[in-house]
Design a protein around this ligand. Structure first.
Ligand SMILES: [Cu+2]
Length: 288
């Protein structure tokens, strides 16, 4: 197709540049390194990432440096015989004990962090947001003025009732729904109620360092986080969920509380059992 490599490269660069001018920040910053982080747990995750990166980086330099030095220093030379070594017990004990303690420390620290992220009860005043993945998009349900979200039951999730809620649930009367459009106020704890309508999807926001699979038949209500900066991001599905997986993404705006209130105010309460989801286009029954 392209006569020169440079031609192909120019074409790919132009395509990439045109695709990166969208509103999502994901391809505009941190393209070569970690995307920026805007969540409370993200700072800790990045910290442990850098600790591990430095530890393994320094170790790699030391190990490969020593290896190369020994290869050169003790290379085969005329008139120099081989030396037989039976090892050194002290050295063996030292270089086994140090990694054991490093690995133990990392495991204990990581475990403790995980417990705080996924096992601690989210703050009571957290904004509750229900998110149900489907081929290929995100159904979102927000509490209305009462601040309460209708109870989700994974066994009640159907095509017409994506959130699996009871039509008689009074908490759901003022809830509103959106499709592929998530907005949250900055600085406020957000608790997610994640479900799936059909296959395994995965809630993934790199800027939150947050990733949670959504398996049909379950509702995951233990994921929570807090943001500390505003911005526009992409809510991507991180599980290959069918032929339309590539287009399963929503807009995610972290906005000021006033902007959030204005956005939520403009939303009409949803009919209890229907989502605002448009009929999925381009999807034949065979793909579902
Ligand atoms: Cu998906």
């Amino acid at each position: 197709m392209f006569r020169t490599k440079a031609g192909a490269l120019a074409w790919i660069s132009a395509l990439w540049a045109s695709g990166s001018t969208g509103w999502a920040e994901i391809r505009e910053t941190g393209v070569w390194w970690l995307p920026r982080n805007v969540s409370n747990f993200g700072h800790e995750i990045d910290f442990i990432f850098y600790v591990i990166l430095w530890l393994t980086g320094i170790t790699a330099v030391l190990v490969f440096g020593t290896m190369i030095y020994f290869m050169v220093r003790y290379r085969q030379r005329a008139g120099v015989g081989a030396i037989h070594s039976h090892g050194n017990n002290t050295l063996e004990i030292v270089w086994t004990t140090i990694p054991v303690f490093i690995f133990l420390a990392l495991a204990i620290y990581g475990n403790e962090m995980w417990a705080r992220m996924r096992m601690e009860v989210p703050p009571a005043d957290a904004l509750q947001v229900a998110i149900v993945g489907e081929q290929f998009g995100w159904n979102l349900r927000y509490p209305g003025p009462d601040g309460k979200l209708a109870k989700m039951d994974s066994h009640k999730i159907t095509k017409d009732n994506p959130f699996g809620i009871d039509p008689a649930d009074p908490d759901g009367k003022d809830d509103f729904t959106t499709y592929n459009d998530m907005v949250i106020p900055v600085g406020k704890a957000v608790r997610l109620h994640l479900g799936s309508k059909d296959v395994i999807h995965s809630f993934y926001v790199p800027e939150f360092r947050l990733y949670q699979d959504m398996v049909p038949g379950r509702v995951y209500d233990f994921v929570w986080f807090k943001t500390d900066a505003t911005g526009h991001f992409q809510l991507a599905c991180n599980q290959l969920c069918g032929q339309g997986h590539y287009k399963m993404f929503g807009k995610l705006g972290v906005v000021t509380p006033a902007e959030y209130d204005a956005w939520a105010k403009g939303k009409a309460p949803a009919a209890v059992t229907t989502s605002t989801a448009a009929a999925p286009e381009n999807v034949s029954v065979a793909n579902r």
